[in-house]
Design a protein around this ligand. Structure first.
Ligand SMILES: Cc1cc2nc3c(=O)[nH]c(=O)nc-3n(C[C@H](O)[C@H](O)[C@H](O)COP(=O)(O)O)c2cc1C
Length: 447
């Protein structure tokens, strides 16, 4: 928002007249300008778009105003995240393909389609009766940014933008025909319509969690950017039922369909979720991501905090309603004595932290301890029992799901959470290197 000087105001008047406003004066203009990627018109050599408030003002001053679809332009330019390791995703659930561009990845990092596919296969639906039976093979293609390194014979990143594509092959539009004019409770149908005035109702369009496949693909590359980084995730609670943390075994995570590190809890979840699935209902979950091998020093003070960026990244995943770092909300129940991560001199040139209530981050900067984040995923909104809703035209209706759905979307969100944490860590690793250079751990100081 900024005040337009006279020359630009004159330009805006020209634009308003150009798009159909006949009686426009400089005095009737609100003095607001929004940058716009599409060139709507150019006043005084600048391109800009009109925001709704402008149109309202103009409408008042022009009784003959007739709304035209082409005059209502709103941007949705929020499809990228990260600064130096920057991921942009595109595509809808029922479009021909989904894809992403990973920009800023350093050169000479070995990467194959098979490695990316391995991660995608962990997220893929239809692998057990506890996830949706949609069959999306999610076969990834690398379409740019890699080349065979003559020295090693390996396919490596070139440092240019890496393009990844997945064709959509299991689109059954008929499953979604009922939601064309009705808003599904718990979905983004109403909000997309109210914001954009148009929505791709087939499978949720852009709001579909199909988009998260591209995050997982980008995450597979991010994992390789930080040397020695290991990012793993697990389901630690389903509904009100928490795992027994004393039973935690990482090996167990790949042995059951829930990504659950507690074999006993996984056996319980099998019966529990079967009951929920058969009744056509759904349930929420809590997932935990642990990143080991995170170098100390990643993250920056105040507005570049590592924990803030991780929280934002996890919160951006579909259906996520809460994020905790380290002790999280549990820290509110602890005393200062219990929460303090006491330190002792380690024998590897690093301090030895006796506990990790902070989740590996202090002052927004990594300590070198494992970074630990948890996130809560709401129950799947698509359920079989009818729920009250409204229609596009303002009527009241009932809505239930006929299509295929996950009884607990938390399960498939595990690889997505891992990928988002990996992307944030890769970004901060490059940002740290850009600002500070390659710094070997220097502690203890002053010897
Ligand atoms: C991996 C994954 C799969 C999902 N699958 C479904 C699904 O089958 N049915 C459904 O109702 N929601 C599903 N969701 C959640 C919706 O995409 C999400 O609730 C919806 O877009 C509204 O966004 P919000 O919950 O973030 O507000 C899934 C989420 C994730 C992370």
């Amino acid at each position: 928002m900024m005040t337009l000087p006279g020359r630009q105001e004159r330009g805006r008047v020209q634009v308003l007249r150009f798009i159909g406003f006949k009686s426009v004066s400089i005095a009737s203009l609100s003095t607001r300008m929004v940058p716009h990627e599409a060139k709507l018109g150019s006043g005084a050599g600048r391109s800009f778009a009109l925001c709704d408030a402008d149109l309202r003002v103009s409408r008042r001053s022009n009784p003959a105003y007739e709304p035209k679809a082409k005059t209502r332009r709103v941007t949705m330019s929020h499809n990228s995240f990260g600064h130096l390791f920057r991921v942009t995703t595109f595509g809808e659930s029922h479009g021909p393909a989904i894809g992403c561009v990973v920009d800023g990845c350093p050169p000479l990092i070995p990467i194959t389609e098979a490695e990316i596919q391995l991660e995608l296969d962990r997220r893929r639906p239809g692998q057990s009766r506890y996830t949706t039976q949609r069959q999306e093979p999610d076969e990834v293609r690398i379409v740019s940014g890699v080349f065979v390194d003559e020295a090693s014979g390996e396919q490596v990143t070139t440092g240019t933008s890496i393009g990844l594509m997945i064709d959509n092959v299991d689109q059954r539009s008929k499953d979604y025909s009922d939601i064309k004019d009705k808003y599904r409770p718990g979905h983004a149908d109403f909000t997309y319509d109210v914001k954009y005035g148009i929505r791709d109702y087939r499978g949720g369009g852009r709001s579909s969690a199909r988009e998260t496949a591209m995050r997982v693909a980008a995450g597979a590359i991010a994992r390789k950017v930080v040397p020695g980084l290991k990012v793993r995730g697990a389901l630690v609670q389903m509904g009100p039922h928490k795992i027994d943390r004393d039973n935690w075994d990482w090996e167990e995570v790949s042995r059951n369909p829930f990504f659950c590190p507690d074999a006993k809890a996984a056996a319980f979840y099998a019966d529990y979720l079967d009951g929920i699935r058969k009744s056509g209902s759904s349930i929420g979950a809590v997932l935990e991501i642990v990143a080991e091998g995170v170098p100390e020093g990643l993250g920056a003070p105040i507005y570049g905090k590592l924990d803030a960026d991780i929280a934002a990244a996890l919160m951006s995943i579909n259906a996520v309603k809460g994020v905790e770092i380290g002790e999280g909300f549990g820290a509110a129940e602890l005393s200062g004595e219990d929460n303090a991560d006491e330190m002792r001199a380690g024998n590897d040139g690093k301090p030895l932290f006796l506990t990790n209530h902070a989740g590996g981050i202090l002052g927004g900067i990594s300590t070198g301890q494992p970074v630990v984040a948890r996130f809560a995923v709401k129950p799947t909104s698509s359920i079989l029992s009818p729920r009250a809703t409204v229609t596009r035209s303002g009527g009241e209706a009932e809505m239930f799901t006929k299509g295929r759905h996950d009884p607990c979307v938390g399960i498939r969100a595990v690889p997505v959470g891992e990928a988002m944490v990996a992307c944030v860590l890769a970004d901060h690793y490059l940002r740290h290197r850009g600002q500070v250079g390659v710094v070997e751990p220097r502690w203890p100081f002053g010897r």
